[in-house]
Design a protein. Structure first.
Lengths: 518, 305
């Protein structure tokens, strides 16, 4: 009896131990600077929110880190002979987190909902207009109003993500409180300002989550974020300061990832401002030396040679040869002569170029300060005006709108901006200088050749044909100096050495499929 | 006393309304379009306009303000433009956390600052006084964010005693609470010293000592009581300051209180949340002032309401 009693106790302890071990779950804790704005993928797509909603929802296709298009909810697609209709074949056996099956009707609902006239979705500005028609449960035709050769690229941007129609119709604006997608993680909880918790979705159609839970922690201060990582309170830290990376890399229990993003910072020009004549703009291009700027930017970026990244389809360098003598000659030709103080004057007016800058990106202001010094060499007074995002936006929007309406020349001269590529092609960031962009065309560029080149780059056709359009735009960027690219922002991430399988995608679509933390 | 309280609360109404009006005007006059921020940089103008109508921003400013005040009076502080969550629920989540931080800071301030000031006054010009004055000078001079980072580095990173971010357990409140209280503690210590020095010179204290009372009775019962009115004033004012001054501390500690919520909302031009927080802070100041004034009557029997 005594032996039986002891055996029972041992067996009980063993079974408890096994159940505890079996119940132990793996968690990946990610520290980020900002919280999400919400989880309503139909209405919200800022980077911080997309990084989370992209774990819950999926699109038809996605871009790999090498910017190749990969099938996701769509397995294949073809452009029909009318050059307007994209026939998309959908993946079978996919379910939403509610258990409902994913079919072509869901894609149609999402496409139509994005284009709702009264309450358009977040992808409305990017997704071409058209009509979606269900062919069968796993085939859908999307007939566009105008030919568009990059429609599937647009679908790859983490903007057009498929939400479960029934859930969205039931919850409406509150969909974000209980989202349902087809992604490898499902929603658990969101404590605003603190964290978002996602659980592994066991019904995922593919090789999905390698961890049971992902927690996105909000840690605004970069130093605190690094300390939390070193303390073991989090497993990954995003947006690590560049100067910390070498120190963290040297630690045996940590690892770092340095990845150029798909986001370029540039100095853009108001091409109709009387002081920013073509000669002045070219003079700037030939004087802004990236080799001098980049040591100051440091590990926060890599020098940009064009509008976009070399890995993006359609990229062509549009940089200028550094030639200060040429810069000076161009300014002389325009009548800007050097005064006794070293600055250039014309008719008593000093050549002062004001640049609006938000300082939103690490290294941005530092780069501008170097540019300020570089331009002293050619007698240009480069003034940096640091403004809030809202003031920046208001000035540019207001000036462009006034010019659009009655031809009033906008008072702004230059500004810094950054844009990322989410479609794998540079077209995404080349659209603004088009004439039909109206008041969104802050540079006030008006060139039918550019407009035609853009349409050519987006039209259905061979890659060679579309590249003609892209390369023409790059040449015009170079010749007319619409923007001077400065640097590509580098994403600096640090993680515990236990984290495996993580690859940062330069287009900011965070993919945690296959990331483990043992 | 009750009549006095009611009268004071009645007088607070125009103060609160004024705070709301000023904050409303400032928010709407400063550059930035909440609809644009919400819609995102790539949104088309018609989408932004639709959002602007949804937010009620297309109405004239006086109408927007009157609608807002009417809703506030019925307990509805609106919906966050940025997060699309009820402002009341956002505040309900953030305010208790900041209130706890402020309470910890006040406790630290009272139990550290006041005794330090008393000791400095009693041991005037001795090492205790010098030490207190140096430490309080450091306390009022140390930038809040720097002190917070030092606290994280030392107590969290090197010693591992406390976590470095969040607000989940009691341990998460210790470092930010103490960091937030450093300035107040130093300020109260200096003021207490100054006030006590003044009282210790008075005839009644000399009389108390002459009567043979213990030194601690002469100081604690006679001098301190008379010195406490300005101390009570400063501590009362600190409550409002702690709520508003928690911004930097909460940011460094990633503490999800109203300070951090305020910063996020200002950047996002999230009017309803900013106005809601301003209303809360204004109410806190009003309440703190009222409580302080009532406390005077306890400290000084000559004061009656």
């Amino acid at each position: 009896m005594k032996t039986l009693g002891r055996l029972t106790i041992v067996l009980l302890i063993l079974s408890l131990t096994v159940s505890v071990i079996g119940a132990a779950q793996t968690t990946l804790r990610i520290g980020r600077a900002s919280d999400i704005r919400g989880l309503n993928a139909m209405k919200i797509a800022n980077n911080d929110s997309s990084q989370v909603t992209y774990q819950i929802h999926e699109g038809l296709v996605t871009m790999s880190p090498a910017q190749e298009m990969l099938p996701v909810l769509a397995t294949s697609w073809e452009l029909l002979d009318d050059d307007l209709t994209w026939r998309i074949y959908l993946r079978q056996g996919v379910t939403f987190h509610s258990g409902a099956a994913f079919t072509a009707a869901d894609v149609k609902w999402n496409f139509d909902r994005q284009h709702d006239a009264d309450d358009p979705g977040i992808a409305h500005g990017l997704l071409p207009d058209g009509v979606a028609t269900v062919v069968d449960d796993y085939t859908i035709d999307i007939t566009l109003d105008e030919p568009n050769g990059v429609f599937m690229n647009i679908c790859a941007a983490p903007l057009f993500m498929i939400v479960e129609p029934a859930r969205y119709e039931a919850l409406g604006e509150d969909y974000g409180t209980n989202p349902s997608g087809t992604g490898p993680f499902k929603y658990n909880n969101w404590i605003p300002g603190e964290r978002v918790i996602l659980d592994k979705y066991d019904g995922y159609w593919g090789a999905g989550a390698e961890v049971d839970q992902v927690i996105f922690e909000v840690i605004p201060d970069p130093n605190a974020r690094v300390i939390a990582l070193e303390n073991g309170e989090i497993d990954m830290a995003f947006a690590v300061a560049a100067e910390e990376m070498a120190r963290l890399e040297a630690k045996a229990d940590l690892q770092v990832y340095r990845t150029p993003s798909m986001r370029v910072i540039w100095v853009a020009m108001n091409t109709v401002h009387p002081m920013l004549t073509p000669n002045v703009r070219k003079a700037l291009g030939h004087a802004i030396d990236k080799d001098v700027i980049m040591p100051v930017v440091g590990g926060n970026g890599v020098a940009a040679t064009g509008i976009g990244m070399p890995t993006a389809f359609g990229f062509k360098p549009c940089d200028w040869e550094i030639n200060l003598d040429l810069s000076r000659a161009l300014l002389d030709a325009d009548g800007w002569l050097v005064g006794s103080d070293g600055f250039r004057y014309k008719d008593g007016q000093k050549l002062t170029l004001e640049c609006l800058a938000r300082g939103s990106y690490v290294g941005e202001i530092e780069a501008l300060e170097v540019i300020q010094i570089l331009l002293l060499d050619i007698g240009v007074d480069f003034e940096i005006q640091k403004v809030t995002s809202t003031a920046w936006r208001d000035t540019l929007d207001g000036g462009a709108a006034a010019h659009e309406e009655d031809g009033t020349i906008p008072s702004y001269m230059l500004w810094t901006a950054a844009s990322g590529i989410r479609t794998g092609e540079v077209g995404y960031i080349l659209e603004r200088p088009k004439t039909d962009q109206g008041s969104r065309n802050w540079g006030r560029y008006n060139n039918p050749e550019y407009d035609f080149a853009f349409e050519l780059s987006q039209a259905p056709g061979t890659e060679e044909e579309r590249l003609v359009g892209y390369y023409t735009m790059a040449d015009l960027f170079h010749f007319d100096v619409l923007r001077i690219p400065i640097f590509v922002i580098q994403a600096n991430v640090a993680a515990s050495a236990n984290v495996e399988g993580f690859v940062w995608n330069g287009n900011d679509s965070l993919n945690l499929r296959g990331v483990s933390n043992d | 006393m009750l009549t006095y309280m009611i009268r004071r609360l009645f007088h607070a109404l125009p103060v609160l309304l004024g705070a709301l009006l000023i904050s409303f005007l400032i928010l709407h006059v400063t550059p930035g379009d909440p609809a644009q921020i919400y819609a995102g940089e790539e949104a088309k103008p018609e989408v932004i306009e639709a959002i602007r109508v949804q937010m009620g921003l297309d109405k004239p400013l006086p109408v927007q303000f009157l609608v807002y005040v009417k809703n506030v009076l019925s307990g509805d502080l609106g919906k966050s433009y940025y997060l699309q969550l009820d402002v009341v629920s956002l505040l309900a989540g953030a305010l208790p956390l900041t209130a706890m931080l402020a309470t910890i800071s006040l406790v630290v301030t009272f139990f550290l600052g006041v005794p330090a000031g008393i000791i400095a006054a009693v041991y005037r010009n001795k090492w205790q006084d010098s030490l207190t004055r140096v430490l309080s000078l450091i306390g009022v001079s140390l930038p809040a964010f720097f002190g917070a980072l030092l606290a994280i580095l030392f107590f969290s990173r090197y010693l591992g005693w406390f976590p470095s971010f969040g607000a989940t357990t009691w341990k998460h409140f210790v470092l930010p609470g103490i960091s937030l209280g450093i300035y107040s503690t130093a300020l109260v210590a200096r003021l207490t010293r100054s006030s006590m020095l003044d009282c210790l010179q008075q005839d009644y204290v000399r009389t108390a000592r002459s009567k043979g009372l213990l030194e601690r009775v002469a100081i604690g019962k006679h001098a301190l009581r008379n010195a406490s009115i300005p101390i009570a004033t400063i501590i009362g004012l600190q409550l409002g300051h702690l709520l508003g001054g928690s911004i930097l501390t909460e940011t460094v500690f990633s503490f999800p209180g109203i300070g951090r919520l305020m910063v996020q909302s200002i950047y996002a031009k999230d009017f309803p949340v900013v106005q809601g927080i301003i209303l809360v802070i204004a109410c806190t100041y009003v309440a703190a002032n009222l409580i302080t004034d009532l406390f005077y009557a306890i400290l000084d029997p000559r004061i009656e309401y």
